[in-house]
Design a protein around this ligand. Sequence first.
Ligand code: MTE
Ligand code: MO
Length: 390
Amino acid sequence: KGYENEPPRHPELKINAKEPFNAEPSPPALVESYITPVEMFYKRNHGPIPILTDPDSYRLEITGLAPMTQSLSLDEIRSLTKHNIVATLQCAGNRRTAMSEKRKVKGVGWGMAALGNAVWGGARLSDVLALAGIPSCTISTASGGKHVEFISVDQCPEEKGGPYRASIPLVQATNPQADVLLAYEMNGQELNRDHGYPLRVIVPGVIGARSVKWISSIDISAIECQGFFQQRDYKMFPPWVDWDNIVWPSRRPLMDFPVQSAICTPSEGSVVKDGSMVKISGYALSGGGRGIERVDVSVDGGQSWTEATRVQNGVSTSSNSLYISDIDENREKWAWVLWELNAKLTPPATIVAKAVDSSANVQPRTVEEVWNLRGVLNNSWHEVHVRSES
Ligand code: MTE
Ligand code: MO
């Protein structure tokens, strides 16, 4: 079935599906460092990990409605200006299990750790597309190309259309400020097989599904990608749409993710001493380059709120500082915020967190408001319940 050559993985990852391999770290481990170590980074796959072990024979083809076609070697891509962008990749299915607990949804179950923050090193997609004769900030090419489709080599199940692919608008792909990368490094190391070796796309601020791994070609097209994951998945439907009345073309593919936050410590169901001070910590992020304005935390189920403190505002306190110093300007734009609050708890208590982004978007209060049959974009207020001893 093609799963004989999977790479080794960290034993502490929680496995949500084995074949294809889908796993996430524990919430406390996730917030231990601002930059997520590669081995603790969530892994989300739709098929076996392809074997692309010969970097010398690798070629990235650029085809379609571009002034010129291209066939680029890894060395040619590496010879372009290298950019280091700190960006949080988040799966649209993050927190799906909690949505499914309210009403069953379809898809691999995920806790709250289907995301990670890494330093991605690579060439700007806009620089690569310039080699095919497409200038910066192009809405349409002369021959009518308006979308950039990324095509991979991994074999997804037949009914899901073979090799994984996805597209983004050409204007975003060619906008240097959108920071779309063709990455060959993750946290200063060569990209590993799980995360897309030798080359992957990183579309900052957008659901993980568009950041195609193991990319083999780029097609400039008049229409958006017609593949399964763009047209029949990763779309958001209202709560009243179910499998018997779904009309896929009625909704657009998901792109920017919404404002999100979660409590990573203490863990759900923890025992705490009455009146003790407890450190509450978690993450917050928003899509589209919108930063986090504020994170509010409540220890009385949402009746009163206190603003949490940002603990690592992009300046790492750990050994990551080496490559942090190398990061391009405006480095907070695409990255999460880690936050904490010391609070006195009187169990039983319900801890709640909600974030506000720089456009004043706030998380919705309940899962019901955002429930959808595919279980995507659960960004409802996150709750953790703590209890007293005995
Ligand atoms: N690219 C390919 N080729 N195949 C895939 O299955 N999964 C996508 C995206 N790119 C996928 C892919 C999804 S849904 C997500 S969330 C991210 O990769 C996960 O990236 P990661 O495994 O590096 O965390
Ligand atoms: Mo995803």
